[in-house]
Design a protein around this ligand. Structure first.
Ligand SMILES: *Cc1c(COP(=O)(O)O)cnc(C)c1O
Length: 431
């Protein structure tokens, strides 16, 4: 495969952009090689600057459930562009999108639109701390909620204790306010509540997609809900990835648990920078201008982004059959990967939630980040490289989720399975 133009582009980018990329995972550090520079996308495919085509299982890391250049989303964006890019004043569009989201999510009465998932979780936590009157938070090892200071924490020597900053530059003092629990382990959450009497909120990806795909067990989420009620802590479901992806209403498509606050992003923007957080009126009304909790944004509710979001969410609601369809494609893909791996004596764990899929190179089921980390990341890197050479674009880390989009069909999926068979074969032959 020829990547000459990408190699040149990457070198040039590195002269002026840190590491050549504007979000670190794009640099392909954990799989090696040069990231293809993208020229355009269309439907299920990406095209790079050297003219290579790839089946795209990344879909901009989740937002593009209808694939690249969906006609309806494109049309609504173009119409909006002609009316002005930004006003910094309210529009009817924002109300429309808020209503669309509220109508499918139980427990959400009020919404606020923001620009990124990071902003949504950061604001939700501020609000939760204000509502509960308590400063400490619990997060789960392996869950990612964007890059705000309080959330860039991981478990140090063990879970169920105060976190360790996962980035230089985060004040150590903040680690005194973030406790880290173990995913799918309610005892570790109880231990956190023992360790601090000041826990104001628990934030969780109810379908974790940032340690690979690891869904929470329903009983675990139920116990978490009860524990938060008991302790007077706000329960935040971070559905930035899983919302409108795992099902129409994210984890609520799998259980009836109602969190206090929910964060959204990715799909609700249809590919534009847009995110949101919402919850009951009682909590949300603490937000300014009604309450004192400050939160703002010059471009929040941007009309172009919101138009893309409305087109995306409305198209989803008008076509609810996409979820069983995308699920069956995801299952076909992971089953195909598994069969191919078994033929080559490679242990592989797979998982599907709606249009999200994950796979781990290991023999045991994965319930938490510790389990996930036992995966063979070197084998993943090789697999990633072989698949890329065969025109299949997978997320460039073992600890990410893959995405199916509606322009995909069984022929595309079967081509990806064929590529997986060839890749395993090449790996086994040391080629
Ligand atoms: C992507 C993601 C975020 C961060 O969103 P950005 O828009 O990248 O800031 C937060 N939470 C979850 C669960 C995510 O998947």
């Amino acid at each position: 495969m020829n990547l000459l133009h990408s190699i040149n582009d990457f070198n040039e980018a590195k002269q002026v952009i840190v590491g050549g990329v504007n979000s670190p995972v794009r640099a392909f550090k954990s799989v090696g090689g040069t990231p293809p520079f993208i020229f355009k996308g269309k439907g299920a495919y990406l095209y790079d600057v050297d003219g290579n085509a790839y089946i795209d299982f990344v879909q901009s890391w989740g937002p593009l459930i209808f694939g690249h250049c969906d006609g309806d989303i494109e049309k609504s964006v173009l119409e909006a562009v002609q009316k002005g890019l930004s006003f910094g004043a309210p529009t009817e569009l924002e109300t429309t999108l808020a209503k669309e989201i509220i109508s499918v999510y139980e427990g959400i009465e009020k919404i606020r639109l923001v620009n990124s998932g990071t902003e949504a979780t950061m604001s939700a936590i501020r609000l939760a701390r204000a509502y509960s009157g308590k400063d400490d938070i619990i997060k789960f090892d392996g869950c990612y909620h964007g890059h705000s200071d309080s959330l860039l924490m991981h478990a140090g020597s063990g879970c169920a204790t105060f976190g360790v900053c996962s980035s230089p530059g985060v004040p150590k003092a903040l680690s005194q306010h973030t406790l880290i629990a173990k995913y799918n382990d309610i005892d570790s959450v109880r231990a956190c509540f023992e360790a601090s009497k000041n826990i104001g909120c628990v934030i969780i990806e109810p379908i974790a997609g940032n340690m690979g795909l690891v869904p929470a067990k329903i009983e675990f989420l139920q116990a978490l809900r009860e524990l938060c009620n008991q302790k007077g802590a706000v329960l935040i479901f971070d559905e930035v990835m899983s919302g409108f992806r795992a099902s129409l209403n994210g984890v609520q498509g799998y259980c009836e648990i109602v969190p206090d606050l929910v964060t959204f992003g990715k799909v609700i923007g249809g590919g534009m920078p847009l995110a949101a957080f919402g919850g009951s009126d009682t909590i949300m009304r603490l937000l300014s201008p009604l309450g004192g909790v400050y939160q703002a944004g010059t471009l929040s509710g941007n009309p172009i982004a919101v138009s893309a979001g409305i087109a995306s969410v409305c198209k989803i609601k008008q076509n609810p059959q996409i979820y069983p369809h995308l699920t069956s494609l995801a299952q076909r893909l992971t089953q195909g990967f598994q069969d191919a791996a078994r033929m080559h004596d490679i242990p592989l764990q797979t998982c599907v939630r709606g249009s999200m899929f994950g796979f781990f190179f290991q023999k045991d089921p994965v319930y938490n980040f510790q389990d996930a980390q036992k995966s063979d990341t070197q084998l993943f890197a090789l697999f990633h490289q072989k698949m890329l050479e065969r025109g299949v674009y997978l997320a460039c880390s073992q600890f990410e989720t893959g995405f199916i989009c509606t322009p995909m069909d069984i022929y595309i999926i079967d081509r990806a399975i064929q590529a997986a068979q060839e890749s395993f074969e090449a790996i086994k032959q040391g080629a």
